[in-house]
Design a protein around this ligand. Structure first.
Ligand code: T3D
Length: 263
């Protein structure tokens, strides 16, 4: 019998946008160690690849990501050492998205559950299909939010609503997610990948400062004003010495559209 080897994460680059597709559609792209390692490796590669200026993460088939693969969690060998698994498999992905000085966009094409929702929350922008759903599924199996959900969720939607989602584990739809500020846009599900690509391609044409803006705004969530003003000085000094700043000013003076290189 022929064995089919499937790649857990598909990657494709066009218009400066790297699209990473979680590729376990029959299991709603639930997360195995193999898939998480592949995702972390792609993010690492994206950091060092100048031709990649924005990243889209999406799911194959009808789901975005159903969280940790529960069959892997409790297999015949007694299952995973959760602490070790979070540290070695999830952390590189969540950190990889956050540390990457390039925007990351989740194209949420279907259900985002448990750590699958955490993945979406760890990106910088979420574009949801109109049939997408979000569920903090952890509590339903007796767990707590992980892979960054307990950090990102209250920051995005406020403590009260985060507490409700995390403790009740109710599913919210795309419209509710938009009202809560959990997603940036809702589009017809058939258009979610193209909309996310268009959004990402626009960012990919932007200047070097896009990455610095990402860093600054994320840092602001943990800074006081005094520290943040210093961070702005540092980031602005870096932006002002970039080739893209020179191009931006030249283009303004010459009354033409700038062509940014990302440097
Ligand atoms: O171990 C650690 O490191 C701890 C970390 C934990 C982090 C977590 O993410 S905990 C939370 C894990 N996720 C869940 O609890 C969600 C489980 N899935 C669901 O509740 C439902 O599948 C959905 C609400 C996501 C979607 O429901 P529905 O009705 O659209 O689809 P379905 O029929 O339930 O699922 C379709 C298939 O995907 C099905 O396979 P089958 O029966 O047709 O062969 C189902 O078993 C599979 N699937 C869905 N989610 C998972 C999964 N297989 C493994 N693990 C999953 N998480």
């Amino acid at each position: 019998m022929a064995t089919t080897i499937t790649t857990p994460v598909l990657s494709d680059t066009s218009d400066g946008v790297l699209t990473l597709t979680l590729n376990r559609p029959e299991q709603l792209n639930s997360l195995t160690g193999e898939l998480l390692d592949a995702l972390a490796a792609e993010l690492k590669r994206a950091a060092g690849d100048d031709s990649v200026r924005a990243v889209v993460v999406t799911g194959a088939g009808r789901g975005f990501c159903a969280g940790q693969d529960l069959r892997e969690s409790f297999d015949a060998n007694g299952g995973l050492d959760v602490r070790e698994h979070l540290r070695t498999r999830y952390l590189p992905v969540i950190r990889g998205m956050r540390k990457l000085e390039k925007p990351v966009i989740a194209a949420v094409n279907g259900v985002a559950a448990g750590a699958g929702m955490s993945l979406a929350l760890a990106t910088d922008f979420r574009i949801a299909g109109d049939t997408a759903t979000f569920v903090q599924a952890f509590v339903k199996v007796g767990l707590v939010p992980d892979a960054g959900s307990s950090y990102f969720l209250p920051r995005l939607i406020g403590l009260g609503r985060a507490m409700e989602m995390a403790m009740l584990g109710d599913t919210i739809d795309a419209r509710q997610a938009l009202e809560m500020g959990l997603v940036n846009r809702v589009v017809p599900v058939a258009d979610v990948e193209s909309s996310a690509h268009e959004f990402a391609a626009r960012l990919a044409r932007g200047p070097r400062s896009i990455g610095l803006i990402k860093r600054l705004l994320h840092e602001s969530m943990e800074s006081d004003l005094a520290a943040q003003l210093v961070r702005e000085e540092d980031a602005q000094a870096e932006a002002a010495s970039s080739a893209d700043f020179a191009e931006g000013v030249q283009a303004f003076l010459q009354k033409r559209a700038p062509e940014f290189s990302g440097h």
